[in-house]
Design a protein around this ligand. Structure first.
Ligand code: AP5
Ligand code: MG
Length: 231
């Protein structure tokens, strides 16, 4: 049984609560940073949270699951997100990047009356994904994301703000990217139908669903997104 107890104290009408959906490499993390800054809300990236948790050991073998392109069990990730959403910085909203990723995860949000304003799908074809992810570089402690060609740091392989080294994610090998894409189509893509139907069935109470083209420059995608959600 999934234990998921949330006591959110959000002032209705004053918050911005949204989900970014999309395949690996769609640009969720990149765009989440801009949106979170714009609305002054936390970016809750389950991938970043899992990667950072590995610094304190890996008793549940999360690393091997992530590197095989599979998902962490629903009950584990739901528990992590439920704790995070209860933090005081979520009072005026939150951006969920990488959660939910399965129907049971989405149902856990719904059943626990977690308010959502928008669900946005970033649509990027598979042919762009490998190129994006093989050139990705990450500053692990902040989650800042670069690309060797499309968003390079000022100094090669060095974070612009801290001067620390950038890394390549272990799961960014071509073989693992292909497995992650399969996992996405099997487990996460059904959420697009789930949220678009919900939004049509109940346009006033359900989150609004939008599909946004995720190709073109990072700046262009950012403007497309902000045009939809900015108040
Ligand atoms: P996670 O870290 O969430 O990975 P992901 O969803 O596979 O997505 P990515 O982070 O790889 O891509 P992104 O869409 O954020 O793209 P980014 O902005 O970096 O999850 C990792 C693993 O953790 C999962 O496989 C799973 O095992 C586990 N996990 C996490 N959440 C879970 C959950 N809820 N349930 C179960 N398991 C879970 O951009 C990619 C690159 O493209 C960058 O280099 C960027 O600079 C570049 N780029 C971005 N936009 C553009 C653009 N417009 N043009 C050109 N390049 C661009
Ligand atoms: Mg990401």
């Amino acid at each position: 049984m999934i234990l998921f107890v949330l006591q959110l104290n959000i002032k209705l009408g004053e918050a911005m609560r949204l989900i970014l959906l999309g395949p690996p490499g769609a640009g969720k993390g990149t765009q989440a940073t801009f949106i979170a800054e714009y609305f002054k809300i936390p970016k809750i990236s389950t991938g970043d949270m899992l990667r950072n948790s590995l610094n304190n050991g890996d008793p549940f073998n999360l690393k091997s699951t992530m590197n095989s392109g599979k998902l962490i069990p629903d009950e584990v990730i739901i528990n992590i997100v439920s704790h995070r959403l209860n933090s005081s910085d979520c009072i005026n909203g939150y951006l969920l990047d990488g959660f939910p990723r399965t129907i049971p995860q989405a149902e856990a949000l719904k059943n626990n009356l977690i308010k959502l304003d928008y669900v946005i799908e970033l649509d990027v074809p598979d042919k762009n994904i490998i190129e994006r992810m093989s050139g990705r570089r990450l500053h692990p402690s902040s989650g800042r994301i670069y690309h060797v060609c499309f968003n390079p740091p000022k100094i090669e392989n060095v974070d612009d703000f801290t001067g620390e080294s950038l890394i390549q994610r272990d799961d960014d090998s071509e073989e693992t990217i292909r497995k992650r894409l399969l996992t996405y189509y099997k487990n996460t893509q059904p959420l697009i139908e789930y949220y678009s139907s919900l939004s049509k069935l109940n346009p006033y109470l359900a989150p609004k669903f939008f599909k946004v083209l995720g190709t073109g420059s990072i700046e262009k995608v950012k403007n497309r997104l902000l045009n939809i959600i900015k108040i």
